[in-house]
Design a protein around this ligand. Structure first.
Ligand SMILES: NC(=O)C1=CN([C@@H]2O[C@H](COP(=O)(O)OP(=O)(O)OC[C@H]3O[C@@H](n4cnc5c(N)ncnc54)[C@H](O)[C@@H]3O)[C@@H](O)[C@H]2O)C=CC1
Ligand SMILES: CC(=O)C(=O)O
Ligand SMILES: [Mg+2]
Length: 372
Protein backbone atom coordinates (compact mmCIF):
# COMPACT_ATOMS: atom_id res chain seq x y z
CA UNK A 1 0.00 0.00 0.00
CA UNK A 2 1.09 3.60 -0.57
CA UNK A 3 1.06 5.38 2.80
CA UNK A 4 1.23 9.18 2.87
CA UNK A 5 2.07 11.55 5.69
CA UNK A 6 1.43 15.28 5.15
CA UNK A 7 2.72 18.21 7.21
CA UNK A 8 0.28 19.17 9.99
CA UNK A 9 -1.32 22.54 9.27
CA UNK A 10 -3.33 23.22 12.44
CA UNK A 11 -2.00 26.37 14.19
CA UNK A 12 1.20 25.68 16.12
CA UNK A 13 0.96 21.94 15.52
CA UNK A 14 4.49 20.56 15.24
CA UNK A 15 3.79 16.83 15.60
CA UNK A 16 3.99 14.49 12.60
CA UNK A 17 1.92 11.37 11.89
CA UNK A 18 4.86 9.09 11.10
CA UNK A 19 8.37 9.01 12.55
CA UNK A 20 11.26 7.73 10.43
CA UNK A 21 11.05 4.54 12.56
CA UNK A 22 7.38 4.07 11.63
CA UNK A 23 8.24 4.67 7.97
CA UNK A 24 10.99 2.05 8.24
CA UNK A 25 8.59 -0.53 9.69
CA UNK A 26 6.01 0.10 6.96
CA UNK A 27 8.70 -0.21 4.28
CA UNK A 28 9.94 -3.45 5.84
CA UNK A 29 6.37 -4.74 5.47
CA UNK A 30 6.58 -4.05 1.73
CA UNK A 31 4.74 -0.71 1.65
CA UNK A 32 5.71 2.57 0.02
CA UNK A 33 5.89 5.68 2.23
CA UNK A 34 5.49 9.26 0.99
CA UNK A 35 6.37 12.09 3.37
CA UNK A 36 5.62 15.74 2.63
CA UNK A 37 8.79 17.81 2.52
CA UNK A 38 9.56 19.16 5.99
CA UNK A 39 6.71 17.27 7.68
CA UNK A 40 8.91 15.98 10.50
CA UNK A 41 11.03 19.08 11.11
CA UNK A 42 8.91 20.44 13.97
CA UNK A 43 9.38 17.16 15.81
CA UNK A 44 13.11 17.05 15.08
CA UNK A 45 13.07 14.69 12.07
CA UNK A 46 14.77 15.85 8.85
CA UNK A 47 13.71 14.76 5.37
CA UNK A 48 17.04 12.93 5.14
CA UNK A 49 16.09 10.83 8.22
CA UNK A 50 13.07 9.54 6.30
CA UNK A 51 15.01 9.07 3.07
CA UNK A 52 17.59 7.03 4.96
CA UNK A 53 14.78 4.60 5.83
CA UNK A 54 13.63 4.39 2.20
CA UNK A 55 10.72 6.87 2.28
CA UNK A 56 10.09 9.22 -0.64
CA UNK A 57 9.87 12.96 0.01
CA UNK A 58 7.23 14.82 -2.02
CA UNK A 59 6.88 18.59 -2.29
CA UNK A 60 3.25 19.27 -1.44
CA UNK A 61 0.28 18.04 0.57
CA UNK A 62 -1.61 17.70 -2.74
CA UNK A 63 1.00 15.23 -3.95
CA UNK A 64 0.62 13.17 -0.76
CA UNK A 65 -3.19 13.14 -0.90
CA UNK A 66 -3.23 12.44 -4.68
CA UNK A 67 -1.04 9.38 -4.51
CA UNK A 68 -1.47 7.77 -1.09
CA UNK A 69 -4.04 5.05 -0.42
CA UNK A 70 -3.81 5.75 3.31
CA UNK A 71 -3.15 9.12 4.94
CA UNK A 72 -1.58 8.99 8.41
CA UNK A 73 -1.81 12.26 10.37
CA UNK A 74 -2.08 13.64 13.89
CA UNK A 75 -4.85 16.24 14.05
CA UNK A 76 -8.29 16.19 12.51
CA UNK A 77 -8.09 17.22 8.83
CA UNK A 78 -8.56 20.94 8.39
CA UNK A 79 -11.04 22.23 5.76
CA UNK A 80 -8.39 22.50 3.02
CA UNK A 81 -7.20 18.94 3.73
CA UNK A 82 -10.74 17.57 3.69
CA UNK A 83 -11.11 18.83 0.10
CA UNK A 84 -8.13 16.65 -0.91
CA UNK A 85 -9.53 13.38 0.48
CA UNK A 86 -10.87 10.96 -2.09
CA UNK A 87 -13.30 8.08 -2.28
CA UNK A 88 -11.79 4.83 -1.09
CA UNK A 89 -8.85 6.52 0.65
CA UNK A 90 -8.14 5.60 4.29
CA UNK A 91 -7.66 8.43 6.79
CA UNK A 92 -6.03 7.40 10.08
CA UNK A 93 -5.77 10.27 12.60
CA UNK A 94 -7.53 12.02 15.53
CA UNK A 95 -10.98 13.20 14.41
CA UNK A 96 -13.02 14.33 17.49
CA UNK A 97 -16.19 14.48 15.39
CA UNK A 98 -18.88 14.87 18.08
CA UNK A 99 -18.38 18.64 18.56
CA UNK A 100 -17.50 19.27 14.88
CA UNK A 101 -20.41 19.14 12.43
CA UNK A 102 -18.53 20.74 9.52
CA UNK A 103 -15.76 18.17 9.65
CA UNK A 104 -18.23 15.29 10.04
CA UNK A 105 -20.23 16.39 7.01
CA UNK A 106 -17.08 16.88 4.90
CA UNK A 107 -15.73 13.44 5.81
CA UNK A 108 -19.06 11.81 4.97
CA UNK A 109 -19.10 13.67 1.63
CA UNK A 110 -15.50 12.67 0.84
CA UNK A 111 -16.30 8.95 0.46
CA UNK A 112 -13.13 8.15 2.44
CA UNK A 113 -12.79 5.56 5.22
CA UNK A 114 -11.97 7.50 8.38
CA UNK A 115 -10.58 5.78 11.46
CA UNK A 116 -10.31 7.93 14.58
CA UNK A 117 -7.38 7.33 16.92
CA UNK A 118 -9.45 8.43 19.91
CA UNK A 119 -12.10 5.72 19.61
CA UNK A 120 -9.81 2.70 19.03
CA UNK A 121 -10.14 0.53 22.15
CA UNK A 122 -8.13 -2.15 23.97
CA UNK A 123 -8.96 -5.34 25.86
CA UNK A 124 -8.93 -3.54 29.22
CA UNK A 125 -11.54 -0.98 28.20
CA UNK A 126 -8.87 1.66 27.54
CA UNK A 127 -8.23 3.94 24.58
CA UNK A 128 -4.68 3.02 23.54
CA UNK A 129 -4.26 5.66 20.83
CA UNK A 130 -5.63 8.46 23.01
CA UNK A 131 -3.70 7.40 26.13
CA UNK A 132 -0.21 8.60 25.13
CA UNK A 133 -1.49 12.08 24.25
CA UNK A 134 -3.62 12.11 27.40
CA UNK A 135 -0.49 11.33 29.40
CA UNK A 136 1.22 14.29 27.76
CA UNK A 137 -1.74 16.68 28.09
CA UNK A 138 -2.30 15.60 31.69
CA UNK A 139 1.31 16.32 32.58
CA UNK A 140 1.16 19.69 30.76
CA UNK A 141 -2.14 20.82 32.32
CA UNK A 142 -0.81 21.89 35.76
CA UNK A 143 2.22 23.48 34.07
CA UNK A 144 0.01 25.62 31.80
CA UNK A 145 -2.43 26.25 34.64
CA UNK A 146 0.43 27.37 36.93
CA UNK A 147 1.59 29.85 34.28
CA UNK A 148 -1.97 31.16 33.91
CA UNK A 149 -2.28 31.52 37.71
CA UNK A 150 0.53 34.09 37.62
CA UNK A 151 -0.76 37.63 38.08
CA UNK A 152 0.74 39.01 34.85
CA UNK A 153 -1.09 36.31 32.91
CA UNK A 154 -4.48 37.16 34.40
CA UNK A 155 -4.41 34.69 37.27
CA UNK A 156 -4.92 34.97 40.99
CA UNK A 157 -1.22 35.24 41.76
CA UNK A 158 -1.01 31.96 43.65
CA UNK A 159 2.13 29.79 43.66
CA UNK A 160 1.38 26.08 43.15
CA UNK A 161 3.51 24.89 46.04
CA UNK A 162 2.99 27.85 48.39
CA UNK A 163 5.87 28.54 50.83
CA UNK A 164 6.26 27.78 54.54
CA UNK A 165 3.49 29.64 56.33
CA UNK A 166 1.27 30.06 53.23
CA UNK A 167 -1.22 27.55 51.77
CA UNK A 168 -0.35 25.96 48.40
CA UNK A 169 -2.74 26.22 45.44
CA UNK A 170 -5.93 24.13 45.60
CA UNK A 171 -6.23 22.11 42.42
CA UNK A 172 -9.42 20.23 41.52
CA UNK A 173 -9.21 17.64 38.73
CA UNK A 174 -12.57 16.57 37.27
CA UNK A 175 -12.22 13.15 35.62
CA UNK A 176 -9.63 10.73 36.97
CA UNK A 177 -8.74 8.83 33.77
CA UNK A 178 -5.41 9.12 31.97
CA UNK A 179 -5.38 12.94 31.78
CA UNK A 180 -6.68 13.31 35.32
CA UNK A 181 -4.22 10.88 36.89
CA UNK A 182 -1.23 12.49 35.17
CA UNK A 183 -2.43 16.00 35.99
CA UNK A 184 -2.97 15.13 39.65
CA UNK A 185 0.46 13.53 40.01
CA UNK A 186 2.22 16.55 38.48
CA UNK A 187 0.14 19.13 40.39
CA UNK A 188 0.88 17.30 43.64
CA UNK A 189 4.52 17.10 42.66
CA UNK A 190 4.53 20.89 42.27
CA UNK A 191 3.33 21.08 45.86
CA UNK A 192 -0.37 21.82 45.27
CA UNK A 193 -3.22 20.47 47.39
CA UNK A 194 -5.02 18.15 44.92
CA UNK A 195 -8.48 16.53 44.77
CA UNK A 196 -9.60 14.23 41.94
CA UNK A 197 -13.30 13.78 41.15
CA UNK A 198 -14.74 10.95 39.06
CA UNK A 199 -18.06 9.19 38.56
CA UNK A 200 -16.49 5.74 38.38
CA UNK A 201 -16.10 4.16 41.82
CA UNK A 202 -13.76 1.42 40.54
CA UNK A 203 -11.54 4.15 39.11
CA UNK A 204 -11.62 6.15 42.38
CA UNK A 205 -10.65 2.97 44.28
CA UNK A 206 -7.77 2.36 41.91
CA UNK A 207 -6.50 5.95 42.25
CA UNK A 208 -6.85 5.78 46.02
CA UNK A 209 -4.86 2.53 46.17
CA UNK A 210 -2.07 4.08 44.12
CA UNK A 211 -1.99 7.64 45.40
CA UNK A 212 -3.78 8.01 48.72
CA UNK A 213 -0.73 9.70 50.27
CA UNK A 214 -0.55 12.21 47.44
CA UNK A 215 -4.10 13.37 46.65
CA UNK A 216 -7.71 12.87 47.70
CA UNK A 217 -10.46 11.26 45.63
CA UNK A 218 -14.09 12.38 45.77
CA UNK A 219 -17.20 11.08 43.98
CA UNK A 220 -18.22 13.62 41.32
CA UNK A 221 -21.75 14.41 42.48
CA UNK A 222 -23.08 17.77 41.28
CA UNK A 223 -22.97 19.18 44.81
CA UNK A 224 -19.42 18.02 45.60
CA UNK A 225 -18.20 19.28 42.22
CA UNK A 226 -19.80 22.71 42.77
CA UNK A 227 -18.40 23.04 46.29
CA UNK A 228 -14.85 22.10 45.30
CA UNK A 229 -14.87 24.28 42.16
CA UNK A 230 -15.93 27.31 44.23
CA UNK A 231 -12.91 26.85 46.53
CA UNK A 232 -10.36 26.04 43.82
CA UNK A 233 -7.46 28.08 42.51
CA UNK A 234 -7.27 25.77 39.48
CA UNK A 235 -9.79 23.34 37.98
CA UNK A 236 -8.60 20.84 35.38
CA UNK A 237 -11.35 19.41 33.15
CA UNK A 238 -10.40 15.83 32.19
CA UNK A 239 -13.65 13.91 31.66
CA UNK A 240 -14.45 11.72 28.69
CA UNK A 241 -17.41 9.74 27.45
CA UNK A 242 -15.65 8.03 24.49
CA UNK A 243 -16.51 9.56 21.15
CA UNK A 244 -19.28 11.72 22.64
CA UNK A 245 -19.53 15.44 23.29
CA UNK A 246 -18.14 16.22 26.77
CA UNK A 247 -20.75 16.76 29.50
CA UNK A 248 -20.85 20.37 30.81
CA UNK A 249 -19.90 20.17 34.48
CA UNK A 250 -19.33 23.83 35.41
CA UNK A 251 -21.94 26.38 34.31
CA UNK A 252 -21.40 30.04 33.52
CA UNK A 253 -23.44 30.88 36.62
CA UNK A 254 -20.94 29.03 38.79
CA UNK A 255 -18.08 31.27 37.64
CA UNK A 256 -19.37 34.15 39.75
CA UNK A 257 -19.00 31.94 42.84
CA UNK A 258 -15.36 31.15 42.01
CA UNK A 259 -12.32 33.04 43.26
CA UNK A 260 -11.39 35.97 40.97
CA UNK A 261 -8.37 34.95 38.88
CA UNK A 262 -8.96 31.24 39.39
CA UNK A 263 -7.99 29.15 36.36
CA UNK A 264 -9.97 26.59 34.37
CA UNK A 265 -7.82 24.28 32.21
CA UNK A 266 -10.23 22.43 29.90
CA UNK A 267 -8.29 19.49 28.49
CA UNK A 268 -11.60 17.94 27.34
CA UNK A 269 -11.98 20.84 24.88
CA UNK A 270 -11.23 18.52 21.94
CA UNK A 271 -14.56 16.81 22.68
CA UNK A 272 -16.29 20.20 23.01
CA UNK A 273 -15.14 21.06 26.55
CA UNK A 274 -16.60 20.31 30.00
CA UNK A 275 -17.10 23.90 31.17
CA UNK A 276 -20.03 25.85 29.70
CA UNK A 277 -17.80 28.84 28.94
CA UNK A 278 -15.02 26.89 27.18
CA UNK A 279 -14.11 27.58 23.58
CA UNK A 280 -11.10 26.13 21.81
CA UNK A 281 -7.95 28.27 21.85
CA UNK A 282 -4.52 27.91 20.26
CA UNK A 283 -0.95 27.79 21.58
CA UNK A 284 -0.51 31.28 20.08
CA UNK A 285 -3.38 32.77 22.09
CA UNK A 286 -4.19 30.15 24.73
CA UNK A 287 -5.99 32.05 27.50
CA UNK A 288 -9.11 34.21 27.85
CA UNK A 289 -11.20 35.50 30.73
CA UNK A 290 -14.91 35.13 31.49
CA UNK A 291 -16.45 36.72 34.61
CA UNK A 292 -13.02 37.06 36.22
CA UNK A 293 -12.07 33.40 35.68
CA UNK A 294 -9.18 32.55 33.34
CA UNK A 295 -9.73 29.80 30.75
CA UNK A 296 -6.96 27.75 29.08
CA UNK A 297 -8.58 25.62 26.33
CA UNK A 298 -5.94 24.50 23.83
CA UNK A 299 -7.27 21.57 21.81
CA UNK A 300 -3.86 20.23 20.77
CA UNK A 301 -1.84 20.59 23.95
CA UNK A 302 0.63 17.78 23.09
CA UNK A 303 1.73 19.80 20.05
CA UNK A 304 3.66 21.99 22.51
CA UNK A 305 6.07 19.14 23.15
CA UNK A 306 6.03 17.82 19.62
CA UNK A 307 9.04 15.54 19.79
CA UNK A 308 7.98 13.66 22.92
CA UNK A 309 4.40 13.52 21.68
CA UNK A 310 5.24 12.33 18.16
CA UNK A 311 7.33 9.47 19.47
CA UNK A 312 4.73 8.50 22.09
CA UNK A 313 1.93 8.63 19.51
CA UNK A 314 3.83 6.53 16.97
CA UNK A 315 4.66 3.90 19.60
CA UNK A 316 0.91 3.40 19.95
CA UNK A 317 -0.33 3.88 16.37
CA UNK A 318 2.33 1.80 14.60
CA UNK A 319 0.81 -1.70 15.01
CA UNK A 320 -2.61 -0.46 13.87
CA UNK A 321 -1.10 1.46 10.93
CA UNK A 322 0.72 -1.73 9.89
CA UNK A 323 -2.44 -3.86 10.21
CA UNK A 324 -4.39 -1.39 8.03
CA UNK A 325 -1.62 -1.32 5.43
CA UNK A 326 -1.02 -5.09 5.44
CA UNK A 327 -4.64 -6.22 5.34
CA UNK A 328 -6.66 -3.26 4.08
CA UNK A 329 -9.20 -1.56 6.37
CA UNK A 330 -11.94 -4.15 5.98
CA UNK A 331 -9.99 -7.25 6.98
CA UNK A 332 -8.00 -5.35 9.60
CA UNK A 333 -11.23 -4.14 11.25
CA UNK A 334 -12.96 -7.52 10.86
CA UNK A 335 -9.98 -9.22 12.54
CA UNK A 336 -9.66 -6.74 15.41
CA UNK A 337 -12.74 -5.45 17.26
CA UNK A 338 -10.59 -2.75 18.89
CA UNK A 339 -9.51 -1.27 15.57
CA UNK A 340 -13.08 -1.67 14.34
CA UNK A 341 -14.15 0.63 17.21
CA UNK A 342 -12.09 3.34 15.52
CA UNK A 343 -14.17 3.36 12.33
CA UNK A 344 -16.18 6.62 12.37
CA UNK A 345 -16.97 7.20 8.68
CA UNK A 346 -16.98 4.92 5.62
CA UNK A 347 -18.01 5.61 2.02
CA UNK A 348 -20.51 8.35 2.75
CA UNK A 349 -21.84 6.83 5.98
CA UNK A 350 -21.35 7.74 9.62
CA UNK A 351 -20.60 4.58 11.60
CA UNK A 352 -20.03 5.83 15.19
CA UNK A 353 -23.13 5.95 17.39
CA UNK A 354 -22.04 8.65 19.90
CA UNK A 355 -21.20 11.05 17.05
CA UNK A 356 -24.56 10.41 15.39
CA UNK A 357 -26.27 11.09 18.70
CA UNK A 358 -24.35 14.33 19.30
CA UNK A 359 -25.02 15.69 15.81
CA UNK A 360 -28.39 14.13 14.95
CA UNK A 361 -26.99 12.26 11.93
CA UNK A 362 -28.13 8.74 10.97
CA UNK A 363 -25.63 6.02 11.84
CA UNK A 364 -24.96 2.82 9.87
CA UNK A 365 -23.76 -0.08 12.07
CA UNK A 366 -20.07 -0.83 11.53
CA UNK A 367 -20.73 -4.50 10.87
CA UNK A 368 -23.08 -3.57 8.02
CA UNK A 369 -20.32 -1.67 6.19
CA UNK A 370 -17.72 -4.35 6.93
CA UNK A 371 -19.92 -7.15 5.65
CA UNK A 372 -21.14 -5.18 2.62
N1 LIG B 1 -6.69 19.16 24.74
C1 LIG B 1 -5.81 18.25 24.36
O1 LIG B 1 -4.80 18.55 23.78
C2 LIG B 1 -6.04 16.82 24.68
C3 LIG B 1 -7.26 16.44 25.12
N2 LIG B 1 -7.49 15.16 25.51
C4 LIG B 1 -8.85 14.89 25.99
O2 LIG B 1 -8.90 14.77 27.41
C5 LIG B 1 -10.11 14.10 27.75
C6 LIG B 1 -9.84 13.02 28.79
O3 LIG B 1 -9.11 11.96 28.18
P1 LIG B 1 -8.63 10.66 28.98
O4 LIG B 1 -8.15 11.03 30.32
O5 LIG B 1 -7.74 9.91 28.07
O6 LIG B 1 -9.99 9.86 29.14
P2 LIG B 1 -10.25 8.62 30.11
O7 LIG B 1 -11.34 7.83 29.48
O8 LIG B 1 -8.98 7.94 30.47
O9 LIG B 1 -10.80 9.31 31.43
C7 LIG B 1 -12.01 10.02 31.49
C8 LIG B 1 -12.55 9.91 32.89
O10 LIG B 1 -13.69 10.78 32.98
C9 LIG B 1 -14.60 10.16 33.86
N3 LIG B 1 -15.92 10.79 33.68
C10 LIG B 1 -16.78 10.66 32.65
N4 LIG B 1 -17.87 11.43 32.87
C11 LIG B 1 -17.68 12.05 34.05
C12 LIG B 1 -18.45 12.97 34.83
N5 LIG B 1 -19.64 13.39 34.40
N6 LIG B 1 -17.94 13.41 36.01
C13 LIG B 1 -16.73 12.97 36.44
N7 LIG B 1 -15.97 12.09 35.76
C14 LIG B 1 -16.43 11.64 34.58
C15 LIG B 1 -14.54 8.69 33.49
O11 LIG B 1 -15.05 7.86 34.51
C16 LIG B 1 -13.04 8.50 33.26
O12 LIG B 1 -12.37 8.04 34.43
C17 LIG B 1 -10.66 13.57 26.42
O13 LIG B 1 -11.65 14.45 25.92
C18 LIG B 1 -9.46 13.61 25.51
O14 LIG B 1 -9.80 13.66 24.14
C19 LIG B 1 -6.51 14.21 25.49
C20 LIG B 1 -5.26 14.54 25.02
C21 LIG B 1 -4.95 15.87 24.53
C1 LIG C 1 -5.86 13.91 21.58
C2 LIG C 1 -5.68 15.17 20.89
O1 LIG C 1 -6.62 15.82 20.54
C3 LIG C 1 -4.36 15.67 20.62
O2 LIG C 1 -3.38 14.99 20.95
O3 LIG C 1 -4.24 16.76 20.05
MG1 LIG D 1 -7.24 17.63 20.34
Amino acid sequence: MKIGCPTEIKAQEFRVGMTPDAAAEAIAHGHEVLIQKGAGVGAGFEDSDYEAQGARIVDTAEAVFDEAEMIVKVKEPQASERKMLSEGQILFTYLHLAPDRAQTEDLIASGATCIAYETVTDAKGGLPLLAPMSEVAGKLAPQMGAWTLQKANGGRGVLMGGVPGVFPARVVVIGGGTVGQNAAVVAQGMGADVVVLDRSLPRLRQLDDLYKDRFKTIYASKAATAELVAEADMVIGAVLVPGAAAPKLVSREQLSGMKPGAVLVDVAIDQGGCFETSKATTHQDPVYEVDGVMHYCVANMPGAVARTSTMALNNATMPFMLALADKGWKTACADDPHLKAGLNVHAGKLTYAAVGEALGIDVTPVDEVINA
